[in-house]
Design a protein around this ligand. Structure first.
Ligand SMILES: [Zn+2]
Length: 175
């Protein structure tokens, strides 16, 4: 079982020169912005980072992260477990000009004084990977569809739901 804690501050140039792999856990409670976005989280984020130098001489980090977070269901607002997985490619740069030269496949990470704050990078990745909207399965949700339909909406529910293909056609027509 993987139990190593990942260092939260690393030297990416040294790690890239040595083709290092870092693998370990980061406590989800260390992510403060995630807590603001999604509530306080328990458990760990599993992370693997491969540092290296690509054929263009760029310092790159290929990373994977995996975590189970608790997000509020949009219908009943009760937390539900959501599995997050992300694979990403980072380009280590020292300024914005170099960042702009990176191919679109790479996300720039700014490194100053040879130090990289891993916590912040991983938190960005995790937040980017969160689903926008999540719902329980209808059978497990605290709020049933009937409870949601009230007042004027109840009358509307007599009508058949909009045909999804009709919606698609409309969207296509616009593009
Ligand atoms: Zn729910």
């Amino acid at each position: 079982m993987l139990t190593t804690r990942l260092p939260l501050q690393v030297e990416p140039y040294r790690l890239a020169a040595q083709n290092e792999r870092l693998e370990g856990l980061v406590a989800l409670e260390s992510f403060e912005r995630l807590a603001l976005d999604a509530g306080v989280q328990e458990g760990d984020c599993r992370v693997r980072l491969d540092f290296g130098i690509d054929t263009q001489g760029r310092r790159v980090i290929e990373g994977w992260l995996e975590a189970e977070v608790q997000l509020p269901c949009r219908r009943c607002l009760e937390p539900m477990p959501v599995q997050i997985e992300s694979h990403f490619l980072l380009g280590v740069v020292t300024d914005d000009t170099l960042a702009a030269e990176l191919p679109s496949t790479h996300e720039p990470v700014l490194v100053e004084n040879e130090q990289l704050n891993l916590l912040s990078v991983l938190e960005d990745e995790l937040i980017l990977s969160l689903p926008q909207v999540i719902y329980h399965d209808e059978t497990q949700c605290g709020v049933s569809r009937d409870q949601l339909t009230s007042g004027a909406e109840a009358e509307d529910s007599e009508k058949p739901a909009a045909n999804p293909f009709e919606v698609l056609r409309t969207l296509k027509g616009k593009s």
